[in-house]
Design a protein around this ligand. Structure first.
Ligand SMILES: Cc1cc2nc3c(=O)[nH]c(=O)nc-3n(C[C@H](O)[C@H](O)[C@H](O)COP(=O)(O)OP(=O)(O)OC[C@H]3O[C@@H](n4cnc5c(N)ncnc54)[C@H](O)[C@@H]3O)c2cc1C
Ligand code: SF4
Length: 472
C-alpha cells in the first residue's frame, strides 16, 4: 500500500465500556481491538526507514516489525517480536504514557494522528495470552550464580526475566503477599486487570524465576545476610511506596487517606469485591482527591466507582500541566470527575467527632516555569473557599521506601532517600548491589523502571563475568 493510502486510514478508536455503566463497576474500561481493527490500524504505519518511534520507546521495541506482523495477521509472531525487548507487553500496552513516548514522535502524527502503537502492543500481547500460545524463549545453560532481587515491581520483574534467560538462578523477595508492586497494589482493576499481571508473572515463573512473598528485606533478612547466604549480586527495586502528605492542618482527621492506603485497600485487599472481601474502606457522597498524577486520577475514579456523587480532583495547576496519562484524563472527564484546577488545599476541616466535613482551598495562578519546567502555581490572596466533602485522599507524590537504606548503611542515598547510582548506570555505592526504578528515580513510570531493569541485568552480568575472569 502506498503511504498516501495509509495516511487516509483513520486511527481506530479503542472500544470501551459506556462511561455511565463503567462508573458502577471495576471492570476494565477498554475492551481492546478486534483482529480486524488491529490489522487496519497496523496498516497506518509507514514502516519508516528511520523509525522515530523506536528511539522514543525507553526499551527500544522494534515497533515497525511487530506492527507489520500484525498487518499480515501474524499476531503470535508480533507478540514474540515485542517480547524480544519487553517482557511485560500486556501491561505496557495498557499503562505506558504512549503519547509522550513512541506515539509522541511517530511520523504519522506529524501529518495527522499517530499510529496507536500502545493499543497494538496490547492487542498482540492479549492475543498471545488468550489463544494459549505463550512461548518461552530458550534459556542459556546454568551459569552457577545466584541473584537476589528486592521487590517484584516492574524493575524487579524485568531484571529477573533478563537474568534467568542468561542462565542465572534468580530469586525475587517481595514484602507483600502478592507480587507485582504498584501494578497490583496501586493501579486499579479498571485500568489493569490483575489477571493480566498474574499471567505475566506466571510467565516469569515458567522461565524459572523463584518468587518469595511475605519477605521484607531489611527485616526478615538484610542485604548483607543475603550476600552471606550465597547470593552473588543483589538488585534493589523497592520502589517509592512511602506516602507523602501535604502538611496542612486536619490531615489526621478520620476520613483522610493517603492514596497509597486507599488504593491498596481497594486493589490488593480487594475492597472493590464487597461483600466477598469485607475490607473496610470509607465511602462518601462527596470526595476530594488532591494531586494531578496517575495516582490521583486512579484514586478519584475509584471514589466515583464506590458511589461518590461528587468526586473532585483538586489540582494546583491546569489540564495542560497534569502529569497523568492523557487517556486516563479523558476517561475521568467522561466519568464525571469534577476537575478543580488552579486550586490548592489550605486545611481540612473536621466536625465535633473528628470526621472530615470540608476542605478549605485557595485559588492559584500560574507564574514562571519552575525547576520541573512547568509553570509555578502562585496563591491568589484572599481567594479561599470551602468545598464540603466527607472524604479526602492525598495523592501528591510518593517517597522512597526507607527500609533498605536504613538496614544497609553502606548504600548511599540522596536527600530524598533515593538510592544513589553511578551516572547512567544501576551500580550503587555497595559492591555487588545494583538498584533501579522508583527507589532511584523517585516516582516515575513502569517502562522507565523496566528500562533500568534491563540495564541492571547487563551490568550484573558484566560484574559477575569480570569476577569469574579475575579468578581464572
Ligand atoms: C496509583 C499509581 C498509578 C500509576 N500509574 C502509572 C501508569 O499509568 N503508567 C506508568 O507508566 N506508571 C504508573 N505509575 C508509576 C509506576 O507504577 C512506577 O513507576 C513503577 O511501578 C515503579 O516500579 P518499581 O519496580 O521501581 O517499583 P514498585 O512497582 O513500587 O515495586 C516495588 C516493590 O518492592 C516491594 N518492596 C519494597 N520494599 C521492600 C523490602 N524491603 N523487601 C521486599 N520487598 C520490598 C514493594 O512491596 C513493591 O512490591 C503509577 C504509580 C501509582 C502509585
Ligand atoms: S514512526 Fe510511526 S509510522 Fe514510522 S515506523 Fe514508527 S509507528 Fe510506524
Amino acid at each position: 500500500m502506498e503511504p498516501r493510502e495509509r495516511l487516509k486510514i483513520q486511527r481506530q478508536k479503542m472500544p470501551a465500556q459506556d462511561s455511565g455503566v463503567r462508573i458502577t463497576n471495576f471492570q476494565e474500561v477498554n475492551y481492546g481491538y478486534t483482529p480486524k481493527m488491529a490489522m487496519l490500524e497496523a496498516q497506518r504505519c509507514l514502516l519508516c526507514k528511520k523509525p522515530l518511534c523506536v528511539a522514543g520507546c525507553p526499551v527500544n521495541i522494534d515497533i515497525p516489525s511487530f506492527i507489520s506482523l500484525i498487518a499480515e495477521g501474524k499476531f503470535t509472531e508480533a507478540a514474540k517480536k515485542i517480547k524480544e525487548s519487553n517482557s511485560l507487553p500486556a501491561i505496557c500496552g495498557r499503562v505506558c504514557p504512549q503519547e509522550e513516548q513512541c506515539e509522541g514522535v511517530c511520523v504519522v502524527g506529524n501529518k495527522g494522528v499517530s499510529v496507536a502503537i500502545g493499543h497494538l502492543e496490547r492487542f498482540a500481547a492479549d492475543w498471545e495470552r488468550t489463544n494459549g500460545e505463550i512461548s518461552t524463549p530458550e534459556k542459556h545453560t546454568p551459569i552457577g550464580k545466584k541473584i537476589a532481587i528486592v521487590g517484584s515491581g516492574p524493575s524487579g520483574l524485568t531484571v529477573a526475566s533478563e537474568l534467568v534467560k542468561m542462565g542465572y538462578a534468580v530469586t525475587i523477595f517481595e514484602a507483600l503477599h502478592t507480587p507485582g508492586g504498584v501494578l497490583v497494589y496501586g493501579i486499579p482493576e479498571f485500568r489493569l486487570p490483575k489477571d493480566i499481571v498474574n499471567s505475566e508473572i506466571d510467565y516469569l515463573r515458567k522461565l524459572g524465576v523463584e518468587i518469595v512473598t511475605n519477605f521484607v528485606v531489611g527485616k526478615t533478612m538484610t542485604i548483607d545476610d543475603l550476600i552471606k547466604s550465597g547470593y552473588d549480586a543483589v538488585f534493589v527495586g523497592s520502589g517509592a511506596g512511602l506516602p507523602v502528605f501535604m502538611n496542612v492542618s486536619g490531615e489526621n482527621l478520620n476520613g483522610v487517606y493517603s492514596a497509597n492506603e486507599y488504593l491498596t485497600r481497594t486493589n490488593l485487599m480487594k475492597a472493590y469485591v464487597f461483600p466477598e472481601y469485607d475490607t473496610p474502606i470509607a465511602k462518601a457522597k462527596n470526595v476530594a482527591v488532591i494531586g494531578g498524577g496517575n495516582t490521583a486520577m486512579d484514586a478519584v475514579r475509584t471514589a466515583k466507582r464506590f458511589g461518590a456523587e461528587h468526586a473532585y480532583l483538586i489540582y494546583r495547576r491546569s489540564w495542560e500541566e497534569m502529569p497523568a496519562r492523557l487517556e486516563e484524563r479523558h476517561h475521568a472527564r467522561e466519568e464525571g470527575i469534577e476537575f478543580t484546577f488552579l486550586t490548592a488545599p489550605v486545611r481540612i476541616i473536621g466536625d465535633e467527632n473528628g470526621w472530615v466535613q470540608g476542605i478549605e482551598c485557595i485559588k492559584m495562578e500560574l507564574g514562571d516555569p519552575d525547576a520541573s519546567g512547568r509553570r509555578k502555581p502562585v496563591p491568589i490572596k484572599g481567594s479561599e473557599f470551602v468545598i464540603d466533602v466527607e472524604l479526602v485522599v492525598v495523592a501528591v507524590g510518593n517517597g522512597a521506601n526507607p527500609l533498605i537504606p536504613i538496614s544497609t548503611p553502606d548504600i548511599q542515598t540522596n536527600k530524598w532517600g533515593n538510592i544513589i547510582v553511578k551516572e547512567g548506570e544501576t551500580v550503587t555505592t555497595k559492591n555487588g548491589v545494583f538498584a533501579g526504578g522508583d527507589i532511584v528515580r523517585g516516582g516515575a513510570t513502569v517502562i522507565l523502571a523496566m528500562g533500568d531493569g534491563k540495564k541492571a541485568a547487563q551490568e550484573i552480568n558484566t560484574y559477575l563475568m569480570e569476577k569469574i575472569d579475575n579468578k581464572q
